[in-house]
Design a protein around this ligand. Structure first.
Ligand SMILES: C[S@@+](CC[C@H](N)C(=O)[O-])C[C@H]1O[C@@H](n2cnc3c(N)ncnc32)[C@H](O)[C@@H]1O
Length: 225
């Protein structure tokens, strides 16, 4: 569990992707644990803690006030990035939401395609759908990692617009930049995809074929073919 002084592994991994010195926008901030931690540790000089709902923002304001960071962190009622100006933030975290909603938030924001913006995305579900949308719209995954928190496995993506829209292999939305042959947490995350695909395969055979390919991907270390 995260608090204002301690981030769990999931938010900790998001925090580790934020660039030192960047102004942060945390979209769907809820308790504002992430911006408080990043400002308190001197990583971000300032932050906007944004949420679509007033009640999470009220919780966030309490965390900010308790940390005496009200001069550096401002709360903002915002549906996605709609109330955040292009010049207000360098690094944008969208964490703890479904992949579909994260994809929508990015699709609705014209300046998400500003290549100077660094997007840190942590989908709770449907990461393959998010990665498919990113690839189709010219975003590149610069870094991806996984962690375990509360016995669940999560992935975090660091993404930037590059304009490259090469159609990825149908496996890439599942594998992203993960390296299961050298990282057990990446392997565990991909095993989750394989299990879900096997369940879907009861209805449609192509999901079974995809699960087989994903198994093979996990088993084959390209460094030792
Ligand atoms: C599960 S909490 C995640 C909190 C924190 N980001 C984390 O990862 O621990 C999801 C938050 O996203 C907010 N939210 C949902 N849809 C949103 C949207 N379209 N724009 C901004 N915030 C949104 C919810 O109100 C809620 O506070």
């Amino acid at each position: 569990m995260s608090s204002d002084s301690h981030l769990d592994n999931r938010l900790g991994l998001c925090a580790s992707f934020v660039r030192r010195g960047s102004r942060l926008a945390d979209i769907g901030t809820d308790h504002a644990y992430l911006p408080v931690w990043l400002c308190r540790h001197g990583i971000c000089p300032s932050a906007i803690a944004a949420d679509i709902n007033p009640e999470p923002l009220r919780r966030g304001q309490m965390t900010i006030d308790a940390a005496h960071l009200g001069d550096r962190i401002k709360t903002r009622l915002s549906d996605g990035l709609s109330a955040i100006g292009e010049d207000e933030a360098d690094d944008i975290v969208i964490a703890g939401m479904g992949g579909e909603l994260i994809a929508k938030i990015l699709g609705d924001c014209p300046y998400a395609k500003n290549p100077d913006k660094h997007l840190i995305l942590q989908p709770m579900t449907r990461s393959e759908l998010l990665i498919r949308m990113l690839c189709a719209n010219g975003f590149t995954i610069m870094r991806q990692d996984c962690c375990v928190a509360g016995n669940k496995c999560y992935t975090v993506l660091s993404v930037r617009f590059t304009g490259e829209t090469a159609a990825p292999d149908e496996l890439y939305p599942y594998t992203g930049e993960l390296r299961p042959w050298e990282n057990d947490t990446h392997l565990r995350f991909l095993r989750g995809h394989i299990d879900r695909l096997r369940k879907q395969a009861n209805g449609e055979a192509r999901f079974g074929a995809l699960a087989d390919r994903l198994e093979a991907f996990c088993d084959n270390d390209p460094r030792h073919p």
